[in-house]
Ligand binder design. Structure first.
Ligand code: URA
Length: 211
């Protein structure tokens, strides 16, 4: 598994405003959207392309188009939805699947309550959107499901991650070089309630304002 922490002043600035408890939901949604676009830029660095030739007003020029089959973007509901627009703005031809997963706040175990994905993901590049890589349980289960359906490569975009969550994911998918995590920061730790410290609180509540 490859982990990429995007080290950029704009990313750090937007993340700092997201962390601030005084940031309201409309601002939080807008900044999440902007931050995802910056993460997506790095997350798609190795995306498959095919060589083409385009005719400029002057001459032929070598170019590229995105490879086929088109990539699949999968937001993990609920909070991952807040990352969808920013991602598909950069990948407008991508298909979108949905994965509903909920974490039991007592056991911190993830269960799947909804899947709307192609049955066969053979040869597909998949981008999973999940803002908070906390225990890693939800993402590990999501990644397993995608590889079980044949995904060629899975890249997770997270606003924040923890060392514990990254370790869990690494262990759950040990030796898997088709898995990558792209995040804006790796925070200090998880607290006893499974929240990221210092983190930004409950991403779903901050995006949508309801529990
Ligand atoms: N999910 C969140 O929304 N926030 C955390 O800190 C951990 C999990």
């Amino acid at each position: 598994m490859r982990t990429l922490v995007v080290d950029h002043p704009l990313v750090a600035h937007k993340l700092s405003v997201l962390r601030d408890a005084r940031t309201d939901s409309p601002t939080f949604r807008r900044l999440t959207d902007e931050l995802v676009t910056l993460l997506a830029y790095e997350a798609t660095r190795d995306i498959r392309t095919a060589a083409i030739t385009v005719r400029t007003p002057v001459a032929d020029a070598p170019g590229v188009r995105l490879g086929r089959p088109v990539p699949l973007v999968v937001p993990v509901l609920r909070a991952g939805l807040g990352m969808l627009d920013g991602m598909v703005r950069l990948l407008p031809t991508a298909e979108v699947g949905f994965l509903g997963m909920v974490r039991d706040e007592g056991t911190l175990l993830a269960t799947t309550y909804a899947t709307r994905l192609p049955e066969d993901l053979s040869d597909r590049e998949v981008f999973v959107l999940d803002p908070m890589l906390a225990t890693g349980g939800t993402l590990a289960a999501a990644v397993q499901l995608l590889f079980d359906r044949g995904a060629h490569r899975v890249t997770a975009l997270c606003l924040l991650a923890t060392p514990e969550g990254l370790r869990h994911l690494e262990q759950a998918h040990s030796g898997e070089d088709r898995l990558a995590v792209v995040t804006a920061a790796v925070d200090e730790r998880l607290n006893e309630h499974g929240y990221i410290v210092p983190g930004l609180g409950d991403a779903g509540d901050r995006l949508y304002g309801v529990s």
